[in-house]
Design a binder for this molecule. Structure first.
Ligand code: 475
Length: 822
């Protein structure tokens, strides 16, 4: 892996001239466009086709190599892959970005403009989906044999707009623009079954009278950085199995003839827009089974092509990672194939499953843990429900019985089937329990979170199987989240610590540590600060264009970008901004630096309080931004339609990173890592990966505040009344009263009631409790900002200390401790 094969490959075959030739060829021959009529959009498509050609070539070579080496492959099953734009990233990974820039320049176009013409595929909600995308990048970069499996949604996450400050959603039909990355593979299509019933014939279960759906794979090449390895992200699209019913077509009933087709196509139509919250709809269960069944059939077919029919080696060749419980139905699906189609006995089938599967937990929120009504599974997947009962019976009566003999209470607690609490209630299938029982390893996504998985979520499982629950701290790919999104900083790092055979921080992020030696160096500080300033100027132009708000690059850019959720506490940030504004009104000459508070967040369309918080932030923004009395000392920006493409522009421009969840609720966070990597200082609670970030950067270089996990538990135990805090903190009381007064939304005076009620009636996320500490932490931020040499020293130390948070390290951890691949 030391020689940079791709760079040789690409550089020798594709210098700028040859690239320009290929671009022209695709313009004319693939797109039918004359050079004179081509604009940036056409150039984008043509260059994408050139890169796709390269990717396809390398994908074939990767496949041949893997076939020869017969190594274990990992299959990453995820309902979400939030990949972001691909062209710029692929050019970088293949080592031909510079050549492409030159080729475009010779054709009279600017590559940066061209790249802006790509639609951002939003095939995910947030952290979980973006993590899957970073992992795909790292798997390829590390030359690990891997497939990603997911769904090719016709509509990604909704587009967000604001009307009167309220969120308005519209569909994201992203494929209506051309997408050269996905390549249909009809040869690998799958037929899957749904509904029907199970009968027994000659002692064997037969699943019959089913309805069938066709799964068409759509392959996206995933390039690695500085390597020839190109892996595959295989996304399934649902189609009708029967196709046209020609007889009714002849009778002129064209629409009806396609009705079956349209139903089948529904399955891959939309991404469910809930983050950290299950949808609980029949169609969602069908989506889950659809992509799982297609993927399992596909990987078994590959196994058989490469290894023949011998199941003894299956677990040696196949590792399947379940990205949360969304693909958990894979466990009974593989059991079904092994028992019903391959004649393998139950106990052997279960041990194969347990060697193959592992499961990642991404959230502790009780309402986010998936449970499906047993009746629904019985209706949609009758055979799977039987198999779940078989697994549960074996688990309870053999394994739990051995651990806690005669303890029926324990059996009830650990049962995969949850009994109804009230008579007449439904029996529910606990998908997390199914995943734990069917896997050999279960991991949390940050040290603190994995500890809580052991002690609060699955304590009994941890007692039964002490080696099963493990930690793999999340990471982010430094290629997209530093090299690609912050090229000036990447160059400064290259110029400072080198970029040759020995030093290659893009593939070995720990080497950033060498930057620590320059944290105090005034010349280096100056360059580091100048780059941040440049990024802020560029981002200010984006804000001007999208929001028509003027912000000064000399202000502190304080950023909170993530899904809108009460546990993430955007409302805490809001209350503090309202207080700052009031402080300025009280004293317009207050000696404070200019500050811009920047938000980006989508709320699940059905999440009332979250939408109220968006509305409130927008109304406060409008008031603050138009008040001349405060002399531009405070601005509030809420960027509409937050997505990967915007994140790439915001993160390099941030001074302060808001990571302020209630302790114990944010499993890890990954935005926190991206910000610190780009030299922003974190204000945050001791939650998720913030804890490990603090360990790496040192307590002096992060603004930690607020209750800890233990203190949260203690407070809940003692009992907590938010009114006590409200009544004892005059500033806090004043801003909450202001929110409740209707002053910010005169045409709808009760608009913010849901938020006020949530804060004063219970305050489950302890926003009020943490308010004062949060405000104090911000005072420290301001004091530090006033000492530039101190600020930039801390910022540099943040960038220099992020080595641990490369997704390459995460993937190596998975490979070693879970997949047994390294
Ligand atoms: C955590 N999404 C972050 C990140 O590990 C963490 C999607 C569909 C349905 C239900 N939930 C989801 C999540 O649960 C999710 O995104 N979780 C996030 O995973 C990666 O960094 O703390 O909230």
């Amino acid at each position: 892996m030391s020689a940079n094969k791709t760079e040789q490959y690409a550089a020798t075959t594709l210098d700028a001239d040859r690239l320009a030739q290929s671009i022209k060829r695709h313009l004319q021959q693939s797109l039918g466009v004359d050079l004179e009529e081509a604009g940036p959009a056409e150039y984008w498509e043509a260059l994408s086709l050139v890169v796709r050609e390269l990717g396809l070539d390398l994908i074939r070579k990767t496949r041949h190599k893997e076939r020869d080496e017969k190594a274990r492959r990992v299959y990453y099953l995820s309902l979400e892959f939030l990949v972001g734009r691909l062209l710029g990233n692929n050019l970088h990974n293949l080592g031909i970005y510079k050549q492409a820039e030159e080729a475009m320049a010779n054709l009279g176009v600017n590559l940066t403009d061209v790249l802006e013409h790509e639609t951002d595929p939003a095939l995910g909600n947030g952290g979980l989906g973006r993590l899957a995308a970073c992992f795909m990048d790292s798997l390829a970069t590390l030359d690990l044999p891997a497939f990603g499996y997911g769904i090719n949604y016709r509509f990604g996450l909704f587009k967000q707009d604001f009307a009167g400050g309220k969120q308005v959603e519209s569909p994201d039909g992203w494929r209506e623009e051309s997408c050269p990355w996905g390549i249909e593979r009809p040869k690998r299509k799958q037929l899957i079954k749904l509904y029907g019933r199970v009968s027994e014939r000659a002692g064997k279960a037969v699943w019959e009278d089913t309805q069938e759906i066709l799964g068409m794979p759509w392959d996206v090449p995933v390039t690695g950085y500085g390597t020839d390895t190109v892996n595959t992200l295989r996304l399934w699209e649902s189609r009708a199995a029967e196709g046209f019913d020609l007889s009714s077509f002849d009778e002129g009933r064209y629409q009806e003839s396609r009705s079956g087709e349209i139903q089948a196509e529904n399955v891959s139509q939309v991404l469910y827009p809930n983050d950290n919250h299950p949808a609980g709809k029949e169609l969602r269960l069908i989506q889950q089974y659809f992509f799982v069944a297609c993927s399992i059939a596909d990987l078994i077919a590959r196994y058989k092509r490469e290894n023949g029919d011998n199941w003894d080696d299956f677990a040696e060749k196949v590792a399947i990672q379940l990205n949360d419980t969304h693909p958990a139905i894979a466990v009974p699906e593989l059991m079904r194939i092994l028992m019903d189609e391959e004649d393998i006995v139950f106990s052997k089938a279960l041990s194969i499953c347990r060697e193959v599967f592992s499961y990642t937990n991404h959230t502790l929120l009780p309402e986010a843990l998936e449970k499906w009504p047993q009746n629904l599974i019985t209706k949609v997947l009758p055979r799977h429900m039987q198999i779940i009962h078989m697994i549960n019976y074996h688990f309870l009566h053999t394994e739990v019985e051995a651990q806690w003999p005669g303890d029926n209470n324990m059996k009830r607690r650990l049962s995969i089937i949850e009994e109804p609490e009230r008579p007449g209630g439904q029996q529910m299938v606990r998908m997390a329990y199914l995943s734990v029982v069917g896997s050999h390893k279960v991991n949390g996504v940050a040290a603190l979170h994995s500890g809580l998985v052991k002690t609060t979520l699955f304590p009994e499982f941890n007692e039964m199987w002490p080696d099963k629950l493990v930690n793999v701290t999340n990471g982010v790919t430094p290629r997209r989240w530093l090299d690609y999104c912050n090229p000036e900083l990447a160059k400064l790092i290259d110029d400072t610590i080198g970029n040759d055979g020995k030093v290659d921080w893009r593939r070995n992020l720990s080497q950033l540590d060498a930057i620590n030696a320059y944290a105090d160096d005034p010349a280096f500080q100056k360059k580091f600060a100048a780059i941040k300033h440049d990024n802020k100027i560029r981002f200010a132009a984006v804000v001007k264009e999208l929001c028509n708000i003027d912000i000064s690059p000399d202000a502190i850019f304080d950023v909170q970008i993530k899904r809108l959720h009460e546990y993430k506490r955007q409302q805490l940030n809001l209350l503090h901004i309202m207080a700052l504004y009031r402080r300025l009104l009280d004293n317009p000459d207050l000696d404070v630096p200019q500050r811009v508070f920047i938000f980006g967040a989508k709320a699940a369309p059905g999440y009332k309080v979250a939408k109220t918080i968006i509305h409130a932030i927008n109304r406060v923004a409008e008031r603050v931004n138009n008040d001349r009395r405060i002399k531009d000392k405070l601005k509030v920006v809420f960027l509409p339609n937050y997505r990967i493409t915007l994140a790439e522009k915001i993160i390099p421009a941030a001074d302060v990173s808001e990571q302020i969840s209630t302790a114990g609720f944010e499993a890890s966070g990954t935005g926190n890592m991206k910000f610190a990597l780009n030299g922003a200082l974190t204000v945050g609670t001791l939650d998720g990966a913030n804890v490990e970030i603090a360990e790496e950067v040192g307590d002096d270089n992060i603004f930690i505040y607020g209750l800890t996990v233990d203190e949260v538990a203690e407070l809940r135990h003692r009992g907590y009344n938010p009114k006590d805090v409200y009544n004892s903190n005059a500033e806090l009381k004043a801003v909450i009263d202001w929110l409740a007064s209707g002053d910010l939304c005169p045409e709808e005076p009760d608009a913010f009631r849901p938020l006020v009620d949530s804060l004063l009636g219970g305050d489950y996320f302890l926003t009020l409790v943490d308010y004062q500490a949060y405000s104090d932490a911000h005072d420290k931020i301001v004091a530090t900002w006033k000492k530039p040499e101190l600020w930039w020293k801390k910022a540099i130390i943040n960038t220099a200390s992020m080595g641990k948070f490369s997704s390459d390290r995460s993937i190596m951890d998975y490979a070693k401790t879970i997949w047994n691949m390294a």
